[in-house]
Design a protein around this ligand. Structure first.
Ligand code: ATP
Ligand code: LTN
Length: 335
């Protein structure tokens, strides 16, 4: 058993991953593998809280795993698996549903945002319960650190509340985790609407740059990105469109926002956007080459191995939870 602390994170297989997912999440995971025993999940049970086509979902699961691997997650050091392959996630979710209160859940802003799309009357109960399933994911693994984007802060806070409440009521069972939200893994905003985060499930494909977009598409999307009517390039909270593009530039190229602003001093958006497209394409091409080199068979083998490793940890924890709560028909309970 490793002495390292455990880290857990996941991404929904709801479509092609985009630059926001990479810069806000996956990129940070790579270096964390050195310091933690890392578990990276593909959270397909979360994905089905909104409608999914089964064939597309199946392919997206493999594609997310491929991104993890191509980005540098090492399956020999870290565990990569699919959430629904480990039954204890859904089981612990049910148990935690009895610990979570309506008052906790009604505060969750992601449900409000996502249910606004279809209207809350038509949203699934699963979408409402989404944060509790996420708490189950995290708590099953004695997770200490949860590296996520800024939009997930509230969900990790709920996880902490549920862990503390359970521990108080039933005795020390869960490790209380903390979120690791990098200030440089900031929220990447939609290219077509810089007031909302870049999202896989956005209505328009001009919202995001997918990690699988061709160079031509990347250029087209960046050229169309919403900015504002001021002609010069400056880094300013009040100019969300320009600020977002400078953030992407800076995160991929390593230059500071100030350096980028200086570089484009006296130049217009045409030059700036061409420069940004160049930086994005230079980043994507090698990543896409690595993705193309990983076969579906290789991905499946890695995911199977991952599910075995994760399943062993999770089922032990869930048995412990059952015991704490007096659930089940286990002879050992009486000893
Ligand atoms: P969906 O649009 O289907 O809700 P999503 O694009 O928001 O999906 P998730 O699967 O919810 O992506 O998120 C995976 C990880 O990527 C999370 O850690 C999340 O914080 C991070 N992330 C998602 N979108 C962004 C973004 N625009 N900027 C920074 N990080 C992001
Ligand atoms: N809700 C997360 C995905 C997710 C997750 C997790 C992240 C599901 N379970 C556990 C970290 C830990 C999101 O990024 N949308």
């Amino acid at each position: 058993m490793s002495e390292k602390k455990r880290l857990f994170s996941g991404i929904q297989p709801t479509g092609n991953l985009h630059l926001g997912n990479y810069l806000g999440a996956v990129r940070n995971w790579i270096s964390l593998q050195d310091d933690y025993e890392a578990v990276f999940c593909i959270v397909d049970l979360h994905a089905i809280t909104v409608a999914q086509d089964p064939c597309v979902l199946r392919q997206s699961i493999l594609d997310v795993a491929r991104v993890y691997l191509a980005a540098g997650i090492d399956p020999d050091r870290s565990t990569i698996f699919v959430q629904s392959d480990v039954g204890a996630h859904a089981e612990l979710c049910w148990v935690l549903n009895t610990v979570a209160r309506m008052g906790d859940m009604e505060k969750m802003t992601q449900f409000k945002d996502k249910s606004d799309k279809e209207g809350s009357e038509r949203s699934s109960v699963g979408l409402f319960d989404y944060p509790v399933l996420m708490a189950a994911d995290i708590l099953l693994y004695d997770t200490e650190v949860v590296p996520v984007g800024d939009d997930q802060r509230q969900h990790v806070e709920l996880t902490r509340t549920l862990a503390r409440r359970f521990n108080k009521q039933f005795g020390e069972t869960f490790v209380v985790p903390r979120a690791d939200i990098r200030s440089d893994g900031m929220r990447i905003m939609g290219l077509d609407d810089p007031t909302k985060k870049m999202s896989k499930s956005a209505a328009s494909e001009y919202n995001y740059i997918s990690l699988t977009d061709t160079s031509d598409i990347v250029r087209k999307k960046i050229m169309k990105a919403v900015t504002d009517s001021e002609p010069s390039i400056s880094y300013d909270q009040n100019r969300p469109g320009v600020k977002n593009l400078i953030d992407i530039y800076s995160l991929l190229d390593g230059k500071s926002a100030d350096e980028i602003v200086r570089q484009y001093d006296g130049k217009g958006f045409g030059d700036f956007k061409k420069g940004l497209a160049h930086v994005v394409v230079d980043f994507l091409l090698p990543l896409q080459d690595r993705m193309a080199a990983i076969s579906d068979d290789d991905v499946c083998t890695i995911l199977e191995r991952g599910a075995q490793r994760a399943g062993a940890i999770a089922s032990e924890k869930y048995s412990h939870v059952k015991k704490r709560m007096g659930l089940g028909n286990d002879n050992n309970l009486n000893k």
